[in-house]
Design a protein. Structure first.
Length: 95
């Protein structure tokens, strides 16, 4: 899924995505609009300050073995699988 629409429109966005967006918005790194496509959602996740690339790869070796981009994996699969983006963010708390 590249360049397409995010699977979750604003009304149906999972709570973890709403929380990451709110944190990124507070840091001034995203606009007040909800991400409308995958690229914007990916930028929001990275800008939230709560996604740790190396930690995610160490915590989930299947992602590292697959050679997947960890933030993209979290956006498309990890959040729905209740995987945490960092030690400071528990996805299960928002599901």
């Amino acid at each position: 899924m590249t360049g397409g629409a995010v699977r979750h429109p604003r009304a149906a966005a999972p709570n973890w995505m709403k929380r990451l967006r709110n944190l990124a918005k507070r840091r001034g790194v995203v606009s007040t609009r909800f991400p409308s496509d995958e690229a914007q959602a990916l930028a929001m996740i990275k800008a939230s300050g709560l996604f740790h690339h190396e930690w995610y790869l160490q915590r989930y070796p299947d992602v590292a073995e697959a050679g997947a981009d960890p933030a993209l994996h979290f956006l498309n699969h990890g959040g729905q699988e209740k995987r945490d983006p960092s030690p400071q963010f528990r996805t299960r708390w928002y599901t």
